[in-house]
Design a protein around this ligand. Structure first.
Ligand code: IVH
Length: 707
């Protein structure tokens, strides 16, 4: 049995590699899931063959471990940095002087993440350690194991018994944007850039959360004694064969001109990469030459980093606005004299928080430098002190809320100021209601941010419960609101009473309680009364709830106004307990869906819920992980093209209804039956289906029919 388990692990490792490193899977996700499930079952039955490097362990755990300090066998040095092409020329000249023979270089991208050192023993990942102070780092193995592009078991048989490989853990833009959206949703401050997000994620105590955040990596240096290679380039090729993710953009160069070609190419083209890079690294290729050149105390003498300059503009800071968000967080925003920067005109820039302003000593009327980083809003990165007006005075951060006048507070360890007047500060009230009606919360469509503001300005609403008391004539009295929109709004408010408990819990906007936490809490406590009664200790024992969230939940329920709100919402018929659905099934078990477009009989949120109710999963983007694209009218052309390219099956609303219908039940389009499986239906192809074959030969069903 041990052999069977190991064979399965080997096969899964290989498929993982093809999927996450090569982007070239050779089996369907369905087949992959079947393999993984088989392994999970065997592992559960035979725990004696347990292995921490099993591919089933990629999901991580929420066991908190703290980090053990581990000394590096070889110190983790840094690199000589330069922004000047002249210094790159000097580097090359020095090398050629010292070695007195033809020199080849390897040019690589400089990935902007956080450095990691991985140790492999007999082809298995033994340890992952952060850089730390260069001689001692933190053991973050449990977290790194969850990164799917890091091999747990190497391929081939020519790797050294024991070696280290170094590289960068990074957060791709897509993961970064999703993470920050989620954080803002629950009142957490967003990460300033993907680098911070990657470093912060690697140090989490909950590897299940790490797994969820979508880190990636590139490896760029095989380290060890007596490596069986003559050169760096050769070692990278080998590392790639063993299953590591090694950048395909790495180039061998033999002249300074080629080096500059590489630098100039990527200085422009890096914009198109799905992750941040901040320069190029130039390394002497041959190990014998590297050895001859040696290292200083800080950095190797055989490598240099050329840093790309961020595009920068200089302009005058005219004034600062303070915005108050739903959670009361105060964000300073700079108003600038308009200036051109990287193709757009910039008038406003983020100042982050008071500490940042103090650190850079930014003052009104200063000439400041603005840059575009990974973020969309440009930021102020410095001040031109030589142009500072003589009468300038240090910037004074406000001490009262600009909206309601309440003295601001700043918690220890928090960079931001908050307005504590949560219940009566207007933007906080409006923000809370906007959050309440959002698609992922109560889904009161028809009612947007502007209308909420309007209703607030007309003193028609002060909290979410007021929405349920709105009358037709209240709405009709508002400017620009016709009869039809008023009725739509009332209808969607009425419908929202059907929203299930987890979403109601998310909608009431307890700080730090996002969609996932709300789902977990609802599952574990079943109803709001049990949740209200739970003490901090019980709460922090719940799945994925730490002390901070537990404290925030307690604080929320201790406030009598919040309790009153819940009573009123309950009286309006909102759902405050998990309904044991008798209609839940596993018909969609193991299937992943993406929904796109608009539908006749269901809203998208309803479809999502149906998918979950029947055991399926909702994914946000089309990838080869997706089994079905549930396509409505007006589906985005990009999504459509991608689905066709990847051969993702498309189904209509009616097809979907069939899939979840009881055996023999008739669906609205009159067809009967249910789909048994995602893969390889063995029904003969009808002529109609043959017509629906697309150019790449994948079967795209006709609207309203089974595929
Ligand atoms: S080589 C002896 N190659 O940049 C140092 N480093 O500024 C060996 N980095 O600590 C590092 N991309 O975290 C190397 N292609 C690359 C890199 C790279 C990013 C980071 C790395 C290092 C820092 C030095």
């Amino acid at each position: 049995m041990q052999e069977k388990i190991e064979e399965l692990r080997r096969r899964i490792h290989e498929h993982n590699y093809r999927y996450y490193v090569l982007n070239d899977p050779i089996i369907s996700d369905y087949e992959f899931d079947a393999l993984l499930r088989e392994l999970q079952e065997l592992e559960a039955r035979y725990p004696q063959f347990d292995d921490p490097n099993s591919p089933t362990r990629r999901v991580g755990s929420d066991l908190s471990s703290g980090f053990v300090s581990v000394p590096h066998r070889f110190p983790m040095l840094s690199l000589g940095n330069t922004y000047s092409e002249e210094e790159v020329r000097e580097f090359d000249a020095r090398i050629r002087r010292e070695v007195d023979e033809p020199v080849e270089y390897v040019c690589e991208l400089k990935f902007d993440g956080t450095a990691i050192s991985l140790t492999y023993e007999h082809g298995r990942l033994l340890r992952a350690v952060t850089r730390g102070d260069g001689s001692v780092g933190d053991d973050v193995t449990a977290n790194v194991r969850t990164i799917r592009s890091v091999p747990l078991q190497l391929m081939g048989d020519d790797y050294p018994d024991f070696f280290e490989i170094r590289g960068e853990i990074l957060m791709p833009h897509s993961s970064f944007e999703r993470l920050n959206r989620e954080r803002e949703d629950i009142g957490e401050s967003p990460f300033a850039n993907p680098r911070n997000a990657a470093a912060g994620t690697l140090k989490l105590q909950n590897s299940a959360e790490v797994a969820r955040r979508g880190l990636d990596n590139f490896m760029y240096w095989v380290v060890g004694e007596n490596l069986p290679f003559q050169s760096h380039y050769e070692s990278l090729q080998a590392a790639r064969r063993w299953g590591f993710k090694v950048s395909e953009h790495t180039r061998k160069c033999s002249s300074i001109e080629e080096i500059f070609e590489f630098i100039h190419l990527w200085d422009k083209k890096r914009e198109t990469l799905p992750y941040d890079t901040d320069g190029a690294v130039i390394k002497v290729d041959r190990f014998s030459l590297q050895q001859r050149l040696g290292t200083t105390a800080k950095a190797p003498r055989w490598a240099v980093a050329y840093k790309f300059k961020a595009e920068q503009a200089r302009t005058r800071l005219r004034s600062v606005d303070f915005q108050v968000g739903r959670t009361g967080a105060v964000t300073p925003v700079a108003n600038l004299d308009p200036v051109h920067l990287a193709g757009t005109v910039v008038k406003r820039a983020s100042l982050h928080n008071a500490d940042q302003i103090a650190l850079l000593d930014i003052r009104l009327q200063d000439m400041v430098y603005v840059e575009k980083g990974g973020e969309i809003i440009p930021k102020i990165t410095g001040v031109d002190l030589s142009a500072r007006p003589a009468d300038s005075r240090p910037f004074e951060f406000i001490d009262r809320c600009p909206e309601c006048g309440t003295p601001l507070v700043k918690d220890e360890g928090e960079a931001r100021h908050y307005c504590p007047n949560a219940l009566h500060c207007p933007p906080q009230i409006v923000g809370r209601i906007v959050h309440f009606i959002a698609r992922k919360a109560m889904e009161i469509d028809g009612l947007g941010e502007e209308t909420v503001q309007l209703l607030y300005d007309h003193a028609l609403i002060r909290d979410p419960a007021d929405l349920y008391e709105l009358k037709r004539e209240d709405l009709m009295a508002l400017p620009r609101l016709g009869e039809k929109s008023a009725d739509n709004i009332l209808e969607s408010i009425r419908r929202s009473r059907e929203v299930p408990f987890p979403r109601v819990l998310f909608a009431i906007g307890i700080r730090y309680v996002g969609e996932t936490t709300a789902k977990n809490l609802a599952r574990q406590f079943q109803n709001i009364d049990a949740l209200m009664e739970a003490d901090e200790e019980t709460l922090s024992g719940a799945e994925e709830v730490g002390e901070k969230i537990a404290r925030s939940i307690r604080a929320y329920f201790e406030d009598p106004e919040n309790r009153r709100l819940i009573d009123r919402l309950r009286a309006q018929g909102l759902s405050f307990e998990l309904r044991q659905r008798e209609d839940a099934t596993d018909r969609l078990q193991g299937l992943n869906f993406v929904i796109s477009g608009t539908f006749e009989r269901h809203s998208r949120e309803q479809l999502k819920e149906l998918i979950e109710r029947h055991g399926g999963r909702n994914l946000s983007g089309v990838s080869s992980n997706v089994d079905y694209l549930l396509a409505g009218a007006h589906i985005g052309p990009a999504k459509l093209a991608k689905a066709q390219k990847l051969g993702v099956k498309m189904i209509s609303e009616a097809d979907f209804e069939q899939m979840i219908a009881e055996e023999g039940e008739t669906s609205p389009d009159g067809t009967v039956g249910r789909v048994s499986d995602s893969e390889g239906s063995d029904r003969p192809e009808t002529s109609q289906e043959a017509e629906s074959l697309t150019s790449n030969g994948k079967n795209i069903p006709l609207q309203g029919r089974l595929f």
